[in-house]
Design a protein around this ligand. Structure first.
Ligand SMILES: [Fe+2]
Ligand SMILES: [Fe+2]
Length: 139
């Protein structure tokens, strides 16, 4: 099997991470009021996590012989002063990420690269955990 489809799916995930970096950095800077105390560090942590996920995926794409994308996923980043809207946007972002990594895992399991499979599986679990956390935060 050629790695073309897998590289495409990994690039989808990378573009989503690049978008997540921007979105979370924006919300960390712009969240106001008493919620800023907890949400600014929370969003900043998501920035760092997304940077590290992007790095792992980028290197994986290169390992597979592909060219990593440099543009973020083009879905709008909603500017808002309402932290509930921020959390809803975060929830959607994590859902897209979880779906993207599930698609990558489906293709990766046939490639036989155990190291890359484990790395992506860990990222996928982190997205699912973030999704569950945001489900509770927005409940
Ligand atoms: Fe991520
Ligand atoms: Fe995430």
């Amino acid at each position: 099997m050629s790695n073309e489809k897998l590289i495409e799916k990994m690039n989808d995930a990378l573009a989503l991470e690049l978008r997540a970096i921007n979105m979370y950095a924006h919300y960390s800077a712009t969240v106001m009021g008493i919620n800023r105390m907890q949400l600014a560090p929370y969003f900043s942590k998501e920035v760092s996590e997304s940077i590290s996920h992007a790095d792992i995926v980028r290197r994986g794409i290169v390992k597979l012989g592909g060219i990593p994308v440099t543009e973020r996923n083009n879905k709008d980043i909603v500017h808002t002063t309402d932290y509930q809207v921020m959390l809803n946007e975060a929830y959607d972002t994590e859902k897209f990420a979880a779906n993207a990594y599930t698609a990558v895992m489906d293709l990766l399991k046939d490639v036989g690269d155990r190291d890359l499979f484990d790395a992506v599986e860990q990222i996928c679990m982190m997205e699912l955990r973030a999704l569950e956390e945001l489900r509770l935060l927005t409940a």
